[in-house]
Ligand binder design. Structure first.
Ligand SMILES: *Cc1c(COP(=O)(O)O)cnc(C)c1O
Length: 242
């Protein structure tokens, strides 16, 4: 006998396997090992129960763009009796400074460090909590004025002042392609992000290892992987038909 929720669980599993294969294919097309790219399953479209099913289907890394939703989901995950594989959570959207304290203990990576002020607040709180938080700097290389993220000059200034941010370990960059763009535009923008990273890595080679590039979503993970993404943030493709 199969119930509606069994059906949903099966659908989520199929979606997860299909997306994993598509990402593996994009890696093969780019001549890169499959293991060089990790999928962050973006659960912002669904509630805690379905996010949990995605994790049970084998997705070890989950991402939320809103702190409040991340709090709710991590609480639900903690309440599950037999955790199976433990999920890790990433925050991929804007973090308000008044939400830093509660969010920090719940995440293993912050993708969206988008200002010097936020970096100072996060660093200070991380030190208070006795840890160093891995983080990516969100950079805006597109012409979309509406987009969040720092311009390349701000990113460089932040990295120059890294010694004043002992609670943060910057591991790389995060970016989005323009909303209106096509595949070629996306590819060019992602290449720009990688070139920015390469330049910064050369300049700060003594103090930093900028090994991560978080770029690519459901519609543009192909060009992102071709350009060197190590983390792809995939949402809608995982929830098709659910
Ligand atoms: C929603 C979201 C994603 C996932 O987008 P999809 O197109 O649904 O795959 C990725 N990154 C961020 C920052 C998001 O807010």
């Amino acid at each position: 006998m199969s119930s509606a929720s069994d059906h949903t669980a099966a659908l989520i599993r199929e979606n997860w396997l299909r997306v994993s294969e598509q990402v593996a294919q994009a890696c093969a097309d780019a001549g890169r090992p499959t293991a060089s790219v990790q999928i962050v399953g973006v659960s912002k479209y669904v509630g805690p129960e379905l996010a949990w099913q995605l994790s049970q289907a084998g997705c070890p890394l989950l991402g939320e763009n809103r702190p409040q939703a991340l709090w709710d989901k991590t609480e639900y995950f903690a309440s599950q009796a037999s955790p199976g594989q433990a999920a890790q959570w990433h925050l991929i959207g804007h973090l308000q400074r008044n939400k830093v304290k509660r969010t920090l203990p719940l995440i293993s990576l912050l993708h969206s460090l988008d200002s010097q002020r936020l970096a100072e607040a996060v660093s200070q709180e991380a030190v208070a909590q006795g840890r160093v938080l891995p983080a990516l700097l969100e950079v805006n290389v597109t012409q979309d004025k509406s987009k969040t993220g720092m311009d390349p000059g701000q990113v460089e200034r932040l990295l120059s002042s890294q010694q004043q941010l002992p609670g943060i370990e910057v591991r790389g960059l995060m970016a989005m392609s323009s909303l209106e763009g096509n595949e070629l535009t996306a590819r060019r923008e992602f290449e720009q992000v990688r070139e920015l990273r390469d330049g910064l890595q050369a300049r700060f080679s003594e103090s930093l290892r900028l090994s991560e590039l978080s770029m690519g979503m459901s519609g543009d993970f192909g060009p992102a992987i071709a350009a060197g993404a190590t983390l792809v943030r995939i949402g809608s493709r995982l929830w098709q038909g659910v």
